[in-house]
Write a protein that binds this ligand. Structure first.
Ligand code: ADP
Ligand code: MG
Length: 312
């Protein structure tokens, strides 16, 4: 779409409003929703914008030389500020999230049903391998705490999540990108709870790259329900209510086979029996990560300093 509204949810709301004002869907013309707004954001070009890292750009210093005459990036927006970035997220869509002159950090996706232990295992993988852990669910829940009463967009997303459905894909991807940009020096990322549907996998690949490994936590529905009921009593999460639990299980079952099939064809997904004890699952995952991502051996930061693990 040529026109990329900064706030797609309110843009869609305005479109629906317009249809009502016109008298119904039959009154919609091909140009009904084209906004003739003199203040609309123009498409990004190297003339008017200094990118963070230009996609497909030249490597090393040369990538930056061509932009040296432009004002510093700080004057356009600050990557330190969450709210600034949230408002200007559209601006970073066309650009590499990672510095192309450095090896890309490793990326592990952890997928599985609600309650399969994604959060539990992701945190363990991240702390064992010295990676950064990003929980998409937690980022969204945090945003809701801060903005659900003050922003129409987050108010709507709160309703979507409380109903057990998926947040809009562009919001999810942009929140993820901001986390990557903020943590440029991380050697790797464990992304907990992503992708949740195949479209997210495609968009991630197009805009960021392919994951090095996809950990699939396979857990029985009965076990998932029991764990979620227990978590609801312990944590009282917005989406751990009985209706949302059923919706989330349905959504998960509907989406998981395509996601797994897609990564199976790429040879990046590994399935783990997640009905077992946490430690047993983690033992299997950690040895798999070592073999797949660090076949030459790796330095693991341990309690008694960094030590080298050699994989047979
Ligand atoms: P997810 O992030 O996939 O929704 P969590 O990591 O939050 O799952 O785990 C859901 C609940 O199940 C939590 O209360 C957690 O303590 C518990 N849990 C996680 N892994 C296991 C496991 N292997 N066995 C039993 N309970 C688990
Ligand atoms: Mg979780």
């Amino acid at each position: 779409m040529y026109y990329r509204p900064e706030d797609p949810v309110s843009y869609l709301e305005r479109c629906l409003q317009k249809v009502r004002e016109l008298g119904g869907p039959e009154m919609v013309q091909w140009d009904t929703f084209i906004v003739q707004d003199p203040h609309a954001v123009h498409p990004i070009s190297s003339e008017n914008f200094k990118p963070i890292f230009h996609k497909g750009g030249c490597s090393g210093r040369a990538a930056y030389n061509q932009y040296e005459h432009l004002p510093p990036v700080e004057s356009q927006f600050s990557i330190e500020s969450d709210s600034d970035m949230t408002e200007s997220t559209g601006l970073i869509q066309e650009y590499d999230v990672f510095d192309p002159s450095r090896p890309r950090p490793k990326i592990i996706f952890v997928i599985g049903g609600p309650g399969s232990g994604k959060g539990t295992q992701s945190n363990q993988i991240a702390s064992y391998f010295g990676f950064s852990c990003i929980s998409v669910g937690e980022i969204l829940r945090n945003q809701l705490i801060h903005h659900a009463t003050s922003s129409r967009k987050w108010e709507l997303i709160a309703k979507i999540i409380a109903n057990g459905e998926l947040a809009p894909p562009e919001t999810t991807i942009e929140e993820l990108k901001q986390q990557f940009i903020k943590q440029q020096d991380a050697k790797g990322f464990v992304v907990d709870g992503f992708p949740r549907e195949i479209g997210q996998a495609f968009t991630f690949e197009e805009q960021i790259g392919s994951p090095d490994l996809v950990v699939f936590l396979a857990c029985s529905s009965q076990e998932l329900r029991q764990r979620l009921e227990k978590r609801a009593q312990e944590q009282g999460r917005l989406d751990d209510n009985p209706h949302a639990i059923e919706r989330r299980l349905e959504t998960f079952k509907h989406n998981i086979s395509l996601i797994v099939k897609y990564y199976q064809e790429k040879g990046t997904v590994v399935r783990f029996d997640a009905d077992r004890e946490e430690d047993d699952i983690f033992a299997d995952i950690s040895s798999c990560v070592q073999q797949r991502l660090f076949p030459e051996g790796m330095e693991v930061p341990g309690e008694r300093g960094t030590h080298l693990i050699l994989v047979e």
